[in-house]
Every structure is written in C-alpha cells, then in structure tokens.
Design a protein around this ligand. Structure first.
Ligand code: ZN
Length: 354
C-alpha cells in the first residue's frame, strides 16, 4: 500500500538532513517532529523509521522498499518497530466485549496516551533488536500523553538503550513537558514553497477540478490540508459557515444559537475559517483604496461582500477579536470552557458590525 507512494516532495530537505546525520553517525536518539498539521509529518516519521531499519538504503538515504527489513515494515509487522498512538478508533466492534469486561475497558475511547501504553512501548525498546539494525519507536501525536505517561517516557529519553531512535510527532509541541522537549532534537517541518506545493496539488486526482491556488490559500500553504479542504463537503461547510458569520455581522442571527448548532468536533476547523475571514477584513481595512480583486484575498469568493463590510468595521475591535481568537485556538482543547469561548467569540463577532 505505502510501498510505492513517493515521499512528499517538500519533505526531501528533511530527509537529506537525516541522511547527512546518519552517514556521519550523528543521528540523535530522539527526534521531535513538529510543524503545522497537514504537512505530512506522519509520513516523514514513518519513512525515517523505515530507512533507519532498512538493510540497503538508496543513495539519498531513503529505504529500498524491497529488503528483508522493508517487507515486514511495510506489512506493519516489523519486530523492531513500534508505533504508539491513542487507541480511539475501531472501538465500536468491541462494544459487546467491553460490556462483559470490567469498566476499565472504557479506556478504549480515550484520545490520550496513558502510562501503561508508554511503559509497554519503552519496554519493547529495551529488548534486543531482532534484525540487528537497531530499534525505532514513533509516538504520534506525542502531545496527548498524560503527564504520567510523559514522565514515564522521560526515563527512557534520559537513558536511551543503544541503537534506538524515538520519534515524537506533534503539531502542538508546547503541550509537551519541557523536560521531554529538551531531550529531543527538534525538527520543524516548514510550510513548503508555494510553487512546489501547487505543482504537487495539481497532480492529485482528489482535487477534482478545484483550483489548487484557492484551496492552498484556504489551507494557508499546507498541501495535505488543502487536499482535505478540496472535498466538496468541506467547501460547502465553509460557505455555510461564512454565510452565517456574515449574517451575524449584519446584526442578524443569534450568536448563541449559532454556536450551539455547530458540531463540536468541527470547531478547530471553524475557528480556522473565522481567523482567515478576520485576516481578510484586516487587510481590506488597511488598503481601503485598493480594489478587493487586486488583493489576493484568501476568501476571494466573498470579496464583493467583504470589501464594503471592512470599510465600516472598527479597526481596534477587529484586532482585539483577532487576538482573542488566537488565544481561543490555544484553549479550544479544554472541553469545560470551550462552549463558552465559542459563544463569546460569536458575540464579539456580531458586535464588530456595530
Ligand atoms: Zn530496505
């Protein structure tokens, strides 16, 4: 399945770095791969793992895909590789089994990584390598480890078994304890160059006639996020949401009802679109005499509505709301207050309209 899918072109730089470090024998024991979501960090982690274990890597350091190590790796059965992720999926099938077991089985639905899982993961790293090519473990997303789990990992990071590589993947590394971060070499996957991202997007069949530049802008330069956005349902959801927001600005609609009617799991996405809308409004305000068409707005399909709106909004409140939104994006993972935060956001949004 993954055997023939090429490395995303914008990750070649990261791979070259790995190759250089490895050939100089300077590869660290632990990496923290971060960057905005939607840049292929998972693929990078898996390719680094496979290449580390490969018997006959290619000249650029990538795994050969054909050796006695690559085969079991690609089949998901390499004895020297382990992947630790929250087990929040396929829990439906065990519902019946779960009822029969004790209440601890409800752990299945958790979105975090618990201490027992980390202990098991670390214990595996201390076993000797079956294929004599070291051991690799990937934790993704690493920022959902509970504090106890992170603490347990710390012990292994402090004294890593020889020949191991631990790769943590996180788009929110600030949520990891600093003690963990300081023991990993930090790799930040950058937003790819626009031309390269556009060229790659244009080749993707899932784009289905959508303008690559438009979806790349809506995803703020992240190619995989752009591809996801290009799904017709996603784009329709965005249009509906923007219509609702603009309705609020024109002093119509009820912010509390609007907040209540949104699917909570979609909130991070909705916030993303509010932010892009604010960015466009701020830019339009700062360039009152430039025609909207010449500004390369992110929401260019709404340019006709946004330009006259921007002219009558209060600049200070607009910036204030933008700051609030940034803070909210950090807090949105706290289930207790996020409903209130979303309501507050929409109330303030409506107030912008005066
Ligand atoms: Zn190989």
């Amino acid at each position: 399945m993954t055997m023939h899918s090429p490395l995303y072109p914008w990750l070649h730089g990261e791979f070259a770095r790995f190759h250089a470090l490895q050939s100089q024998g300077r590869m660290p024991h632990a990496l923290l791969i971060s960057g905005e979501p939607g840049l292929g960090q998972s693929q990078l982690a898996m390719r680094l793992a496979q290449a580390t274990l490969c018997y006959h890597p290619l000249e650029d350091g990538q795994a050969c895909g054909q050796c006695g190590s690559c085969h079991p790796f690609l089949a998901g059965a390499h004895p020297d590789f382990s992947l630790l992720s929250p087990k929040d999926k396929d829990s439906k099938d065990d519902d019946a089994a779960k009822d029969k077991k004790d209440s601890k089985a409800t752990d299945k639905k958790d979105k975090d990584i618990k201490i027992n899982a980390v202990r098991e993961f670390c214990a595996g790293l201390y076993l000797s390598s079956s294929f004599q090519h070291g051991k690799v473990g990937v934790i993704e997303p690493a920022d959902v480890m509970t504090p106890a789990a992170a603490n347990s990992l710390l012990k292994t990071l402090e004294e890593p078994p020889a020949g191991t590589l631990i790769i943590l993947v996180s788009s929110q590394p600030a949520r990891l304890p600093i003690t963990i971060r300081s023991r990993c070499q930090r790799w930040l996957v950058p937003i790819p160059e626009r031309a390269a991202a556009l060229a790659w997007l244009a080749q993707q069949p899932q784009l289905a006639g959508e303008d690559p530049a438009r979806v790349l802008d809506l995803a703020e330069g992240r190619p995989l996020a752009a591809l996801e956005l290009a799904e017709p349902e996603r784009l329709a959801q965005r249009s509906r949401w923007l219509e609702s927001l603009l309705h609020l600005l024109r002093a119509g609609g009820n912010p509390l009802a609007l907040a209540a009617s949104q699917d909570k799991t979609e909130w991070p996405q909705l916030l993303h679109w509010v932010r892009l809308l604010l960015v466009d409004l701020i830019r339009l305000q700062g360039a009152a005499h430039t025609p909207a068409a010449a500004m390369n707005l992110v929401n260019r399909d709404f340019a006709d509505v946004l330009a006259p709106l921007a002219a009558r909004l209060n600049a200070r409140e607009l910036f204030g709301l933008y700051d609030y939104l940034l803070e909210l994006s950090r807090l949105i993972n706290h289930p207790l207050n996020r409903e209130l935060l979303m309501e507050e956001l929409l109330i303030r949004f409506q107030r912008l309209g005066g």
